[in-house]
Design a protein around this ligand. Structure first.
Ligand SMILES: *[C@@H]1O[C@H](CO)[C@@H](O)[C@H](O)[C@H]1NC(C)=O
Ligand SMILES: *[C@@H]1O[C@H](CO)[C@@H](O)[C@H](O)[C@H]1NC(C)=O
Ligand SMILES: *[C@@H]1O[C@H](CO)[C@@H](O)[C@H](O)[C@H]1NC(C)=O
Length: 383
């Protein structure tokens, strides 16, 4: 026993010393790594490097934008608290916000707080830390339901739901403030954003309780997968050709492209306001048909009464953004919807194949083999 103990003691001390050395090494490595303390490259402005704060960088659009900015060698920071004092930002892309029309009619205060008050806080923080460029995510909901289609940037803004009103107020605050500073401001008014990263690295995944309010593209794939029992089309008595609402669906990849262009074209003391849409309106019924086509599933449709806060028809005139940001092409091909849904189908299906949860799936490779899924053979699941 004696002998054994005598041998163990120095061995333990040795272990402690090794552990302490390891901890010290970890602290050293951490301190060297970007983002720790005040001495990293993130806390200095550097010529030729644009450091962008992306609020909502973990959200649907913000994550797509972050991925793209990183790919284009921008320096990117995602998060918010105390972030301004620890970093030298050149620009802010403000995505973080709630964004469901239906939900906004039920929880208006949350919407005014999360959208309008938070924009005010961001502007104050930018002003006090000398951040010079703001790329702001606004929405076609600020126009409400204009008499004339398509919507141009000077179409009067008369929002009809708390979501649109909160964004309109936020825009007004930004515009008033911009008159008094040399801040470069770009306001992008999004139409209906759909799709996801073409390489499948990111997707839309609304919180479960939001599936009810959710976007049509998510709902249509949920229905095809059998995650929900079918699609609920809200309103078939709108004054449109087939009675369902008409929207302008823009691919998130094109939207993010517009943000990068906006960042590059932003000029001190100037405000740019741009519609970001394809220019073509598609009805909910057309969307559902395209989704059935893409997935090969005869999705069950339930027709319900109108959703509060919705408008019949909204689509953009993208002439301004096309001529200023995309002179040699256009932001988006207006006829892309069908192709976009097929691409999305492929990504959704490969996601489930990778995770081997094919058991609860309704759509099979057989249905979508030609249009969608190169990963499967002989019409069987490629698990
Ligand atoms: C606003 O809402 C977004 C999306 O739900 C969320 O990520 C963000 O943290 C909210 N901001 C605040 C300050 O509540
Ligand atoms: C999916 O499968 C379930 C169970 O077999 C069925 O009840 C449901 O109707 C199917 N959904 C669709 C959209 O085919
Ligand atoms: C861009 O859009 C305009 C107007 O819709 C159209 O006339 C033109 O053909 C489009 N250009 C390209 C390259 O698709």
């Amino acid at each position: 026993m004696e002998y054994f103990d005598a041998r163990r003691k120095p061995h333990n001390i040795g272990k402690v010393i090794v552990a302490l050395l390891f901890i010290a090494l970890c602290i050293f490595v951490l301190k060297q790594s970007p983002g720790f303390g005040g001495n990293s490259v993130f806390s200095r402005h550097e010529p030729g490097v644009t450091h962008v704060l992306v609020t909502g960088g973990a959200g649907y659009i913000g994550s797509h934008a972050s991925l793209r900015l990183l790919k284009d060698n921008y320096r990117v920071t995602i998060v918010v608290n105390k972030i301004f004092s620890e970093n030298a930002f050149d620009a802010v892309m403000h995505f973080a916000a709630v964004a469901y029309v239906g939900e906004s009619t039920m929880e208006p205060l949350r919407y005014y707080h999360n959208i309008t008050s938070n924009t005010l806080l961001i502007l104050e923080a930018m002003a006090s830390h000398g951040v010079k460029t703001l790329i702001y995510s606004s929405t076609c909901a600020t126009y409400g339901e204009p008499e004339k289609m398509p919507i141009i940037e000077t179409t009067p803004q008369l929002p009809i739901n708390p979501y649109g009103k909160a964004k309109k107020m936020a825009e007004d605050i930004i515009l008033d403030f911009s008159k008094r500073t040399d801040m470069a401001v770009m306001i992008l008014r999004y139409f209906n954003v759909i799709g996801s990263d073409p390489e499948g690295r990111l997707g839309e995944a609304p919180r479960p309780e939001l599936r009810e309010h959710g976007r049509i593209s998510g709902a249509c794939f949920d229905a095809a997968l059998g995650v929900i029992s079918g699609l609920k089309v809200k309103g078939i008595d709108y004054p449109t050709a087939d009675g369902t609402c008409i929207r302008d669906y823009i691919d998130v990849t094109d939207l993010v492209d517009a943000h990068v262009k906006a960042l590059n074209k932003a000029e001190p003391s100037r405000v740019g306001i741009y519609n970001v849409g394809t220019g073509r309106g598609r009805s909910v019924k057309e969307f559902v048909d395209a989704c059935k086509q893409a997935t090969g599933v005869d999705i069950k449709i339930e027709y319900l009464s109108r959703r509060p806060g919705d408008y019949a028809e909204v689509f953009s005139d993208p002439t301004k953004i096309n001529s200023l940001f995309f002179p040699s092409g256009n932001i988006s091909d207006p006829d892309m919807l069908e192709i976009l849904l097929m691409k999305k189908c492929k990504i959704v299906l490969s996601y489930y194949i990778i995770r081997d949860v094919s058991g609860h799936m309704n759509f099979t490779c057989k249905n979508v083999l030609n249009s969608c899924v190169p990963t499967c053979r002989d019409g069987s699941m490629g698990t």
